[in-house]
Design a binder for this molecule. Structure first.
Ligand SMILES: [Fe+2]
Length: 244
């Protein structure tokens, strides 16, 4: 499996503080059957300079070195989770702006309890700039969870959705589980990811969610959501939404 949403780099956001904790998370993920991870630190502001991307790159290199020394077989990439703001395209063009730096797939999150005014226009502007936005855990946004029709409308316009593994296994609110299952069952979700922050309360595991998805839609679709689409996102290849 490939995890495209994970707070793994030490000391850069609300993920692990020390590299040792990152290594524990990785060991947990490898044991769970994860073979590649995109580290996606939070980008909360406009990313005015190169300081943060450079810090993240440096942490990633340190982690890769430690994995090499330990003989851990894991592919590690860099991306980000961008908190919704206007002028997204200028952030997406920067280092860290897209998953694995391929210039195609930015991962974007909304606030949990509200939706920014005219957010759709900003997403479509992003598409016109050549990006394929992936919305992180839409099922966790209270407004979108109440308005599933809106999610399908967005999907029909080519917006991609990443559902959290924990939503499917009941770790988030009940409403989130329902919406996540519906997105998966009706083909509007393209990815399931861990959104891991540590090894205990928000762990780096996907296999339990994979079993839930297999039960819901079968093994073939599960392979798309947990491996094939994440691999396409890393390589910058096309991914089908309800629109495409
Ligand atoms: Fe996240």
């Amino acid at each position: 499996m490939i995890d495209i949403h994970c707070h793994l780099l030490p000391g850069v956001d609300d993920g692990p503080k020390e590299i040792e904790q990152s290594l524990v998370m990785i060991a947990q993920g490898v044991k769970d059957g994860i073979s590649a991870i995109v580290a996606t630190p939070h980008i909360l502001g406009p990313l005015d300079d190169d300081e943060f991307p450079e810090l993240c790159q440096q942490k990633l290199e340190e982690l890769r070195k430690r994995l090499d020394e330990q003989g851990v077989n894991l592919r590690l990439f860099l991306g980000s989770e961008i908190f919704f703001q206007f002028s997204l395209a200028s952030i997406c063009r920067r280092r860290l702006g897209t998953l694995a730096g391929n210039g195609k797939y930015p991962l974007i999150e909304f606030p949990l309890n509200s939706l920014p005014h005219r957010f759709e226009e900003e997403l479509f502007r992003l598409q016109l700039s050549g990006f394929m936005p992936i919305i992180a855990h839409p099922e966790r946004n209270m407004m979108l969870a109440r308005d599933v029709k809106k999610l399908f409308e967005l999907s029909r316009r080519g917006i991609l959705f990443q559902v959290n593994a924990r939503s499917l296994t009941g770790g988030h609110r009940k409403a989130a589980k329902k919406v996540a299952e519906r997105l998966v069952a009706e083909g509007a979700a393209q990815f399931v990811a861990s959104d891991a922050h540590n090894s205990v309360s928000r762990p780096l595991t996907l296999s339990q969610a994979r079993r839930a998805v297999e039960k819901l839609v079968g093994a073939e679709t599960a392979e798309e959501l947990f491996y094939l689409n994440p691999q396409r996102a890393i390589q910058g290849e096309n991914i089908s939404s309800l629109y495409y």
